[in-house]
Design a protein around this ligand. Structure first.
Ligand code: TRP
Length: 447
């Protein structure tokens, strides 16, 4: 057996896991979903779901990963006799691939905006011009494609560097930069005229807006944002040191994720209301709203450039965590060298990304079940694949994994009474499986 690879330091571990969870999910997806689903009511369910279901699932993924030291497929293979549970690993690897495909398109947008920031700047453009520019950009097809390919290339370069020298080193530098930029933007947006309206929208719950659809989006989003349900945290769990406390790590990361999503919401909605943009405008919301804010802001060129650098950082620290699980699977199960594994996966992902980018061109025929490939993958993964993966993972840890192994991982071997462990075990054994199965059954039209 090869020497166990682990993260180098405590800060490194936090940075890498935070790098995975904090991503476009927080800055791009959370604001537009909150906008689509009426704001605060959605946010409340999202927070509840993150605290009661998502954090325990993250702990469960770490448990499986650290216990076995293997990729999402291999971990289930080791822990069970039959091969049946390895399907969870396979499902996860497929999900990572789908997410990575459309994710790199959105990440590519940030690269194009960085380019605009450097060459033309943002100041002085009027709102219609900004909106038209973005629509035209998407409709070229090739421009977003090139940007997405550049992004896939950058991600590959980092993952080729390995766990400590590539992924950890990058995150240790970029995550503090990210925190700094987002706080700066938040502080600025408190001075916008739409800030009051935004506070209302984000904080005053209107429970009449809650439908089963809202709840589904909230669950899906909490999984997406915490990188759960596809074995990403199983893979990272394999690199977590034995002395690290899994509950502490998961809770810290979960809270950091919620905080950044909230900050992003507060940084974005004042702009939405100031410029009278429809909060329900969907995936393009952030990329249309913020340039309008920057166009009128003192030092808007600098702020704008920083913002899109922030989006890029958030995206790349997450995309490595989509590539790494597939990569570790190929390295461990198919005995392929890291660089080769990265190359193979990146070629496949690049193809998917090209299709996703072109599927957004007006009149495109790259459609699945009536939606563009981009929209289809975006909702298939978070509405179905991640909750299904998460459901199977808690079911496995709660009912099929040996109890003393789970306990040993959660408490780091302590045998004394531990109330936290009791709560955790109740959630993974009963609470989370019940709630998730209700949603999954509902989704498939059974109830
Ligand atoms: N959590 C990341 C974000 O918020 C996206 C992500 C990275 C992800 N790895 C994942 C989502 C694994 C689901 C599963 O942008």
């Amino acid at each position: 057996m090869d020497k166990k690879v682990t993260f180098g330091s405590k800060f490194g571990t936090l940075a890498v896991v935070a790098g995975s969870v904090i991503g476009l999910g927080n800055i791009w997806r959370f604001p537009y979903l909150a906008g689509n689903n009426g704001g605060s009511a959605f946010i409340i369910i999202y927070i509840l779901c993150s605290l009661t279901i998502a954090i325990p699932i993250m702990m469960s993924e770490f448990v499986i990963g650290r216990q076995t030291g293997r990729n999402a497929f291999g971990a289930f293979d080791i822990l069970t006799k039959g091969k049946r549970w390895t399907i969870v690993g396979i499902l996860g690897i497929l999900t990572s691939f789908f997410i990575y495909g459309f994710y790199s398109v959105v990440a590519g947008w940030s690269i194009s905006f960085i380019q605009t920031g450097i060459t033309e700047g943002f100041v002085g453009k009027d709102p219609t011009e900004i909106q038209n520019n973005f629509t035209n950009y998407i409709n070229t097809g090739w421009k977003p494609t090139v940007a997405a390919l550049v992004f896939v290339f950058f991600t590959a370069m980092i993952v080729i560097g390995g766990v400590q020298k590539g992924i950890e080193r990058m995150n240790k530098v970029l995550m503090p930069v990210l925190a700094f930029i987002i706080i700066g933007l938040f502080v600025y947006s408190t001075s916008l005229e739409g800030f009051g309206k935004a506070m209302n929208f984000l904080l005053k719950p209107d429970f009449s807006k809650i439908t089963i659809n809202t709840m589904l989006s909230a669950i899906g989003q909490s999984f997406f944002s915490m990188s759960l349900g596809m074995g990403c945290m199983i893979t990272y769990g394999a690199y977590v040191k034995d002395k690290t406390s899994i509950p502490k790590l998961a809770i810290t990361i979960g809270l950091a994720d919620l905080t950044i999503a909230t900050l992003a919401g507060f940084a974005i909605f004042p702009g939405v209301f100031t410029f009278g943009i429809e909060p329900t405008s969907g995936p393009t919301l952030v990329f249309e709203t913020l340039p309008m804010v920057f166009s009128m802001m003192p030092a808007g060129n600098i702020f704008g450039l920083f913002f899109f650098i922030l989006v890029f950082i958030a995206a790349i620290t997450s995309s490595v965590s989509m590539l790494e699980p597939i990569c570790l699977f190929i390295i461990q199960e198919l005995k392929v060298k890291r660089a080769m594994a990265v190359l193979i996966i990146s070629l496949f992902v690049a193809t998917l990304a090209v299709l996703c980018a072109f599927s957004q061109v007006e009149g495109s025929t790259i459609k699945v079940m009536g939606s563009s490939l981009f929209d289809f993958l975006n909702s298939l993964t978070d509405r179905f694949m991640l909750p299904a993966g998460g459901f199977l993972i808690v079911l496995f840890v709660g009912w099929f994994m040996k109890k003393d192994l789970v306990r040993g991982q959660i408490t780091n071997g302590s045998t004394s009474f531990n109330r936290g462990y009791g709560i955790y075990y109740f959630i993974v054994r009963y609470f989370a499986p019940v709630i998730l199965s209700v949603f999954l059954l509902n989704l498939s039209g059974v109830i």
